[in-house]
Ligand binder design. Sequence first.
Ligand code: CAA
Length: 276
Amino acid sequence: MDFILYEVNGAVGTITINREKALNALNSQVLDELNATLDAVDLNTVRCLILTGAGEKSFVAGADIGEMSTLTKAEGEAFGKKGNDVFRKLETFPIPVIAAVNGFALGGGCEISMSCDIRICSENAMFGQPEVGLGITPGFGGTQRLARLVGAGMAKQMIYTARNIKADEAYRIGLVNQIVKAEVNEAGEVTVSAKDALMAAANKMAEGIAKQAPIAVRASKKAINDGLQVNMDEAIVIEEKLFGSCFETEDQKAGMGNFLEKDKEKKLKVVPFKNC
Ligand code: CAA
């Protein structure tokens, strides 16, 4: 792989988009490599993913403008589909994905972060959908996911004005869950960089997720994602079925058994995903 790094630490996998010279912009090769990386994640051992961008300055500065500049209508549509297919794979990935947004998350960068379950960002993060300034619409799900996340009014304002927003505004409108600051000593010197602090926070959250019963975490993700696509009557049936699917699993027996035995020391005994 030229543009994707993947490392596993315990039950947490970290995918880094590694095209720093172009601020991690997404060209076709990056999208293909990301797709292949997701296919290769070992779901028997990894229980949570973190997605980030290489360096301190940029998470992902969008789809590659150079590559897009000469596309025909049909090629543009195909490029949109390529991105959408990978982002949808990320969104429906069986385990949770945390976007650790370090710096620019513009266009396709904002869109890929929105395909993740949770977004946390560094204080220098900047989010936006600047596409209309380039003469195109957002094309990797931005018109759909931004409106669902922050409401149609705010999404329309951001998209129509092409205005980028800083981390605090992204937090205020609910686009990110948490802003992580660099650590500074009394003399005002940075002791932990914004990126390192962000990755530490992302890992802490991921490890907290990975400690829970994996069958239940996976079923919760599916219930939320699938339920949001349908009306409430259908949504609660989706929940009932996934709730029911957790019973008789080793996770459920061990989790409830430990509680009833009042054994707080016992860790949940969890089964590999392939046995779900
Ligand atoms: N595509 C291709 N290359 C990009 C890029 C992108 N989206 N964003 C940055 N780069 C490249 C620059 O061309 C530059 O390359 P060179 O050194 O070879 O010239 C390098 O990254 C560094 O960028 P800058 O010199 O511009 O850095 P800066 O600090 O001055 O500005 C920035 C940073 C504000 C993010 C600016 O680079 C920028 O505005 N980038 C484009 C952001 C954007 O419009 N994204 C949306 C793309 S469209 C899209 O994503 C469509 C979709 O929905 C699918």
